[in-house]
Write a protein that binds this ligand. Structure first.
Ligand code: IPE
Ligand code: IPE
Ligand code: MG
Length: 244
């Protein structure tokens, strides 16, 4: 199914949820689900890029995920190291630019070095930019922006929505058009609070490791059928028939 280019979201944000339940359904430990989740992400990057999505931002570890058992947290951190080593070369050759967004304090020197290496090795790639939100929270992002504004001595009247947006981590990326959450929960879980102000929301019961081409096409078709009004009046051109 081909969608018109202007109906393809430029930026898709994804809460990759459901790894634990996917593993549980197979009587396997949660880590097995996280491993399958990394493979699903690698496949999804290609699929979104092939469909013309320019920016993909994925939630990999939230500020709140520290509440998980220590072995799950260290398993997830280890997985990032392994994935960086295993997939970096293919990301470079496939034209994928990788960026890590999130609080770099509290993660090990080794992990930070792996991130910097991934960012530098893919810095000139242009097919799709993937921002991996790791140790990220929407509230953390807002607070770090405030701190930077205050530290710069910015006068209060210079603070506008545009100025504030420039201080957030995704300042150089357009706001997400489509916000997908897999795994059946219908909540933001502190992901892109500011940036998702006008994103179209798409929730699916599909567990993240199973989120493949058919599910991506279903999400994009749903997005293409929406009438985005941004607070304006209903656009009569697209009509009330959302199936069009
Ligand atoms: C999402 O899957 C991955 C991370 C939060 C790291 P979960 O681990 O939350 O999986 P469920 O929600 O327990 O199934
Ligand atoms: C959100 O999923 C975070 C990530 C996918 C990284 P969670 O599984 O942590 O969210 P809650 O706890 O169900 O809200
Ligand atoms: Mg979850």
């Amino acid at each position: 199914m081909e969608l018109p280019v202007d109906k393809i979201p430029k930026h898709v944000a994804v809460v990759m949820d459901g790894n634990g339940r996917w593993a549980k359904n197979r009587y396997m430990p949660r880590f097995f689900g996280h491993k399958a989740g990394v493979d699903a992400l690698i496949r999804a990057i290609d699929l979104f890029a092939d469909r013309g999505v320019q920016h993909l931002t994925v939630f990999a570890f939230s500020s709140e995920n520290w509440k998980r058992p220590a072995d799950e947290v260290s398993g997830l951190f280890g997985l990032v190291m392994v994935a960086a080593a295993k997939y970096l070369e293919s990301m470079v050759s496939k034209g994928v630019r990788i960026r890590i967004i999130g609080n770099r304090e509290g993660v090990s020197e080794k992990l930070r070095a792996a991130w910097t290496q991934a960012e530098e090795a893919t810095a000139h790639n242009q097919r799709i930019t993937v921002s991996v939100a790791f140790n990220f929270g929407g509230r953390w992002d807002v607070v770090q922006a405030c701190r930077r504004a205050m530290a710069s001595g910015m006068p209060p009247d210079e603070m506008t929505e545009e100025a504030f947006a420039r201080l957030l981590v995704l300042s150089d990326v357009p706001d997400p058009d489509l916000f997908i959450r897999t795994g059946g929960e219908m909540r933001l879980s502190n992901f892109l609070l500011w940036q998702a102000a006008y994103a179209e929301m798409y929730f699916t019961d599909c567990l993240w490791p199973d989120f493949g081409a058919a599910e991506i096409d279903a999400a994009l078709a749903s997005f293409a059928s929406r009438d985005r009004r941004f607070g304006g009046a209903e656009s009569w051109a697209s009509g009330s028939d959302a199936s069009g």
